[in-house]
Write a new protein. Structure first.
Length: 279
């Protein structure tokens, strides 16, 4: 070993358990279901991209309030919906009951799924598993519980899209833990290949757009600040002047992406629609 290498400081490894605990607190705060329910169309489109067949055994991982869960259940699939936030599972359960859909709901950690190998024909996650601290472990779990010849379907925000830029903006004011990979990497083909390439016969990734529609920029900010856990926690972490600066930057970002000219909000946010065929 060279002298320079010996003197090089070791890179500190992030405490992923602590990161997960903080994330759990963020997603448990507010009421993500208020935002989540607006994303329903993404779950429907993902199920179509997967060409879901009635009778398929489907697992929705980090399901939130159940958008992909309900979409699969509407297609007569045998669905298990999981999340590590009980309050979100409760909202999903209420939605399924209202539509008289048969769904099994289970509390579960995406990095340690309580299911046997090759248990499911299809494994889904829409804007969920991408937020796990240990990305490789979560990806391994998705592949583990999926049958050979089965499919993994994902919807992940891209780094350059609105939500990717939203997290980048928040990170300038409340920096993320050092060493933790950005969730938006799940929205890049290269990272997907790293995580799933060894177990996939094909990885199809198509850029899609979701349109956030709100009454006004102020309405969007109020909803996200009140109900979207990561943003709520960011504002709580800042002093008054810091909150004002974050608010200004968020409104500037919204102005950059907003395509409406009538005072409302129509923001197209890019995401990657992913269908992975397992070997």
């Amino acid at each position: 070993m060279s002298t320079s290498a010996a003197l090089k400081p070791a890179i500190a490894q992030p405490d992923l358990a602590a990161v997960k605990q903080r994330q759990h607190g963020a997603w448990s705060s507010g009421d993500y279901a208020i935002v989540g329910t607006t994303l329903q169309i993404v779950g429907e489109q993902l199920c179509e991209a997967l060409d879901l067949r009635a009778g398929s055994k489907v697992l929705d991982v980090a399901a939130g309030n159940g958008n992909a869960t309900l979409a699969a259940a509407r297609r007569w699939c045998d669905v298990t919906s999981t999340d590590y936030v009980p309050a979100l599972l409760k909202r999903g359960r209420e939605r399924a009951a209202a539509e008289h859909l048969m769904v099994e709901f289970r509390e579960a950690d995406a990095e340690a799924l309580p299911f046997a190998d090759a248990s499911y024909d299809v494994v889904l996650s829409t804007f969920g598993v991408m937020f796990t601290p240990d990305q490789d472990k979560a990806a391994s779990e998705l592949a583990r519980v999926c049958k050979s010849g089965g499919k993994i379907g994902l919807a992940n925000w891209t780094p350059q899209g609105f939500i990717g830029q939203l997290f980048k903006t928040i990170g300038r004011h409340v920096p993320p833990p050092a060493g933790v990979k950005s969730p938006a990497l799940w929205g890049t083909p290269g990272r997907l290949e790293e995580m799933f390439g060894g177990q996939a016969s094909e990885i199809a990734a198509e850029p899609r757009m979701f349109a956030f529609r709100y009454r006004s920029p102020e309405h969007w900010l109020e909803v996200f600040k009140s109900y979207y856990g990561p943003m709520l926690k960011a504002f709580v972490a800042l002093e008054e002047t810091g909150q004002a600066a974050l608010r200004r930057d968020l409104m500037a970002l919204l102005g950059e992406f907003n395509r409406a000219d009538d005072g409302t909000v129509v923001v197209h946010s890019e995401y990657l629609e992913v269908v992975i065929s397992k070997r």
